[in-house]
Design a protein around this ligand. Structure first.
Ligand code: IMP
Ligand code: MG
Length: 195
């Protein structure tokens, strides 16, 4: 539970800033990187009419910024997965919403907010590969390689920023569904998630 939940819900920006220990990536750094990634992808996918697939919900902000900076014809689609911790320590991932575009024979780029243990992205990649796309690449805005679970073989093809092993919020990333609307990426004060 959020200790200061009332404060978070009741006021805006300034009080959310109080919950942040440190700003890791500013709005300017984020937007500069988005432009770089989108330019690279636009060059590499010219004439390929790619499908960008976003995995909800964390990716929505990055996704909207990316596709607005991509300047080639493309399509967009979304999927949603959920992980159940269940009885095993690794948990299990299930599909809540599948893609609606037929991606067979298409060039697909998965957009992700953060590549952490790799569990959810491995599931998503395998799920989409079963639909036989012409190609499949992964673009993640953040990568936390220190957290990678042993045995994960998926490697992101495009990475925005590699970050240290700290829990971050903002720019779509949440803690307990909050802070997604911060325009920057910050590290939450530990007291915010200590019970
Ligand atoms: P993975 O399956 O462990 O790679 O987890 C990926 C998902 O965990 C992301 O899509 C996020 O929703 C969530 N996640 C991982 N690290 C963070 C973080 O630092 N802040 C917020 N959410 C995170
Ligand atoms: Mg989350």
């Amino acid at each position: 539970m959020l200790k200061n939940k009332k404060k978070v819900e009741g006021t805006a920006h300034m009080s959310m800033r109080d919950d942040i220990k440190e700003i890791l990536l500013t709005e300017e750094q984020i937007q500069a990187k988005v432009k770089e990634l989108a330019a690279q992808i636009s060059r590499e996918y010219e004439g390929k009419n790619p499908v960008f697939v976003g995995v909800l919900k964390g990716v929505v902000i990055f996704f909207a910024d990316m596709v607005r900076n991509v300047d080639i014809p493309c399509e967009i689609d979304f999927m949603s997965t959920s992980s159940y911790s269940g009885t095993t320590s690794t948990g299990r991932t299930e599909i809540r919403k599948d893609v609606s575009v037929d991606i067979t024979g298409r060039h697909v780029v998965i957009l992700e907010d953060i590549f952490d243990t790799g569990t959810s992205l491995t599931f998503t990649v395998n799920h989409l590969l079963n639909k036989k796309p012409a190609s499949l690449k992964v673009c993640t805005f953040l990568d936390k390689p220190e957290r990678r679970r042993p045995g994960v073989t998926v490697v992101p093809d495009y990475v925005g920023y590699t970050i240290p092993n700290e829990f971050v919020v903002g720019y779509g990333l949440d803690f307990d569904e909050h802070y997604r609307n911060l325009p920057y990426i910050g590290v939450l004060k530990p007291e915010m998630y200590a019970k």
